[in-house]
Design a binder for this molecule. Sequence first.
Ligand code: MIC
Ligand code: SF4
Length: 640
Amino acid sequence: MTKNLSEKIISSHLIEGQMDPGEQIGLSIDHTLTQDSTGTLAYLEFESMGVSKVKTKLSLSFVDHNMLQNDFRNADDHKYLQAVAAKYGIVFSRPGNGICHQLYLERFAKPGFTLLGSDSHTPTAGGMGMISIGTGGLDVAAAMAGEAFFLEMPAIMGVKLTGHLSPFVSAKDVILSILKKLSVKGGVNKVLEYFGQGVETLSVPERGTITNMGTETGATTSIFPSDDVTKAFLKSQEREKDWLELKSDNNASYSELIELNLLEIEPQLALPHSPDKVELVKDFDGTPIDQVCIGSCTNSSLRDLKLIANLLRGKKVNDHVSLTISPGSRQVLENLASSGDLLDIIKAGARVIENGCGPCIGIGQAPTTDAISLRTFNRNFKGRSGTQSAKIYLVSPETAVASAINGKITDPRKLGSYPNISSSEKIIINDNMFIFPHKNSLNKEIIRGPNIQPLPNFPPLPEILLGEVLLKTGDNISTDDILPGGSQIMSLRSNIPEISKFVFQYVDSSFPKRALDKGGGFIIGGENYGQGSSREHAALAPKYLGVKAIIAKSFARIHLANLVNFGILPLNFVDKQDYNRIKQGDFLNIDIKSVKDVVSLTNISKKEMIQVAFRLSNREKDMIKVGGKLAAIQAKQANY
Ligand code: MIC
Ligand code: SF4
């Protein structure tokens, strides 16, 4: 039987289940990655599983998100992460080394492998022919303990690329065009698998830009074949031995097919406040801007930054624009420095900031009030930049530079001749900022600062859920809405009682107090509830405040899994119109005694009954019965 590429890798890692879309499958995981802001919790969870050393082929812990070190909290977290890595045999990437996805692609990604990461942009490694999936920290901790990763078998959507990109049009414009077609929920429970002649015209970093931002369609992951372009990239990283040719069989089938002629793509931009509000740059040409930020795991490769340097050479950043550049890795920075490209960037007036996530998650560089900020990032949710009134547009590096020079949104095709950037030339490789585990460091003592608080324990859910609707939201509520980023709040990621005070901070700041005062209750959501990041804190903190169930029209994949892991029931309206029959303040009763697929919800305030679907696998039902995934794994490990 012919197989597409995704099916080939999935079948070679299948531990449980059938590869029929919608069925639960269990996959074996080769590599895991965590980053600091999800990692602290993931490692607290891992520690409580009683395993002496990670059981994966390779596990990595990166510090890239919150590195401001405003006070002791942040620095203590880094110390804790380093100590855990040494003790359990995990590679540690030191603060300042770069962004996890960029570093992983450069130094560790391997065609044909599986990767599970506690960050939603883990699919970046799909640019290297991997099945790489973002999920909550608890799932990653379980994979480190040798457990299979369970998920719904995704449908495999084929994306056929033909032609080649025109000058000043790049990978970001490709993925923005796809987002325009699919929207922020069009990829849910799907893999976007790229194939066709156009693939060979894209370098690995460009493929990484596309697979990275496939996350914004809600997709489980995205994948490119591993071909001669992949081989050349691996060779430039002195890792040619990791190469393996991988592609789908001839005549392999896909559940859906979309086609894109790269030649027809023009520069695109996503308007505030959603990555799928995509339009053509030329239609906004001339709009004055205040800030340009280049970087993030989407667009911070050596290819991107060399291009930026070339375009900035001999030019000056507009007097009314602040241009920041955050390189994706120390390798990128070192190579820019040695080739002289960094000088072009500095001379033009760009502000070079630390290799890391930085402004992408509201850590520094918040725009001015009402500002228009152009960013090469992947998310532009309201307030994520740190300024509620700012308007963030997502653009390619080419559009970002052209606009920074002109002080207004500018179609980059106006810039003249397009520099030719090779991504496979000889580069400097330096792994000094990775600390590789050593047998002498295993079992060393773990240092914990006062901000590292133990995980709260939750009892199993009662059979009757009673309480008030604490909040009713609209569609596409993101995890940034549920629990915002920014350095202040993110430095509380290892302290659930403290971070829970910020739940729905900018949606309704009275939420935490009301939830506690009422002894918990329910949330009503629209479509795609919980889109965006993998932060399990967006489930764990509401759980701490007593949220028992979320009743929504639909859920985003990672958040749904996080809710189940921590024992908050995700319930779907059977008839989506019923969303209109519940309002904030209504008192509800949900009887889950006989865990059937459909249960009745009684709206006591309105004396009405509504049908809600309880779509959980038997494994998930068992997990909830014993008090969540952690309790289930602890019980299993204790029996070994
Ligand atoms: C993000 O881009 O929102 C983050 C910050 O990387 C998150 C992870 C987190 O919240 O720590 C993600 O994408 O998963
Ligand atoms: Fe970091 Fe932004 Fe990428 Fe998230 S999206 S991993 S915050 S750079």
